[in-house]
Design a protein around this ligand. Structure first.
Ligand SMILES: C[S@@+](CC[C@H](N)C(=O)[O-])C[C@H]1O[C@@H](n2cnc3c(N)ncnc32)[C@H](O)[C@@H]1O
Length: 246
C-alpha cells in the first residue's frame, strides 16, 4: 500500500505515524472496515461460533485490483497450486471483479470454462467490462443470491472461494448449494486470511483459522483433504465431498 493510497483511506497523520508494515496494516484494516456492508442477520456460525463478516460492497472493488495484491497473495503461485488442466470446468464463487477468474480462464484454456458468480450486480458489471477489455470468452458471469448459485448440478471440477466464505450470510445453505453443483470427485478450495497469524493485517472477522473451516465445512458434508500454508497471507484449504461411510 503506497503512502498516497494509505492517505486516501486513513487520516494523513495515521500514515505518517506508523511503520511501513503498520501503514499497510492500517490501510487494510481501514479499507475492510469502510467498504464492508452490514454484517449478516445470522450473526454467528452455529457450529464454530465464528462471527460472520459483512459483505465487501462495490465501493471496495478497486481494492480487489490493488497492485500490492501480487506481493500480499502471490496469485500466480496460488493458481499453480490448484493444478488446473486444460478443459476443466471451474467456478470462482464470489468472483468480485474477476481478479482470479481471468487467471483461471487462461489456466483451463479455450476448451475449459469458468463460471464467475457474485451476489452484487455492480461486481458482475465490472467483471463483464474486464472480460470484454481482455477479450476473454471462456468466463460466464453469473449473478447469484446469498443461498443459490444457478450453476448446473454435478458439473464443476474445482471451485475456488477467495476471501469469500467468511462473508456468506447463510454458510450452511450455501455449502449445500455448492456441493450440489460440485462433481462427486470435485474439489472446493477456500482461500482465507490466516487467523492463526497475528502478523496478517486484516480485520479479525475477515480471517479464518483452519480449525474453524474444518469444523464448519465437515459438519456440512465436506472433508478437509489438505492445507497449503505457503501463500504470504492466506492458507488454501482443499475440501472434497464426503462419500458414504468415510
Ligand atoms: C472480498 S470480495 C473477494 C472477491 C474475489 N473473490 C477476489 O478475491 O477478488 C468478496 C466477494 O464475495 C461476494 N459474496 C459474498 N457472499 C456471496 C455469496 N453468498 N455468493 C456469491 N458471492 C458472494 C461479495 O459480493 C464480494 O464480491
Amino acid at each position: 500500500m503506497t503512502r498516497q493510497a494509505c492517505e486516501a483511506i486513513t487520516p494523513r497523520q495515521a500514515c505518517e505515524a506508523i511503520t511501513p508494515f503498520g501503514r499497510r496494516a492500517a490501510a487494510a484494516l481501514a479499507l475492510l472496515a469502510l467498504l464492508s456492508l452490514p454484517a449478516s442477520a445470522q450473526g454467528v456460525h452455529p457450529v464454530s461460533g465464528r462471527r460472520i463478516a459483512g459483505v465487501m460492497g462495490v465501493a471496495g472493488a478497486n481494492w480487489l485490483v490493488r497492485p500490492e495484491r501480487v506481493a500480499e497473495e502471490n496469485p500466480e503461485k496460488a493458481i499453480r497450486m490448484l493444478e488446473l488442466k486444460p478443459g476443466m470446468i471451474v467456478a470462482d464463487i464470489g468472483a468480485g471483479v474477476g481478479y482470479y477468474s481471468l487467471k483461471l480462464a487462461s489456466a483451463v484454456g479455450a476448451s475449459g470454462k469458468v463460471y464467475a458468480t457474485d451476489i452484487q450486480p455492480g461486481m458482475i458489471e465490472r467483471l463483464r467490462a474486464n472480460l470484454a477489455r481482455e477479450g476473454v470468452r471462456n468466463v460466464e458471469p453469473v449473478l447469484s443470491t446469498p443461498t443459490t448459485t444457478g450453476l448446473p448440478t454435478a458439473s464443476i471440477d474445482l471451485m475456488i472461494l477467495v476471501d469469500v466464505y467468511h462473508e456468506f450470510a447463510e454458510p450452511q445453505k450455501m455449502i449445500a448449494e455448492l456441493r450440489r453443483s460440485l462433481k462427486p470427485d470435485g474439489r472446493l478450495v477456500l482461500f482465507e486470511f490466516r487467523k492463526e497469524d497475528p502478523a496478517v493485517p486484516i480485520r479479525e472477522e475477515h480471517k479464518m483459522s483452519v480449525a474453524e473451516a474444518k469444523a464448519e465445512l465437515e459438519a456440512d458434508g465436506l472433508v478437509l483433504e489438505k492445507v497449503l500454508p505457503d501463500l504470504p497471507w492466506q492458507h488454501m484449504m482443499f475440501f472434497r465431498q464426503r462419500t458414504s461411510g468415510k
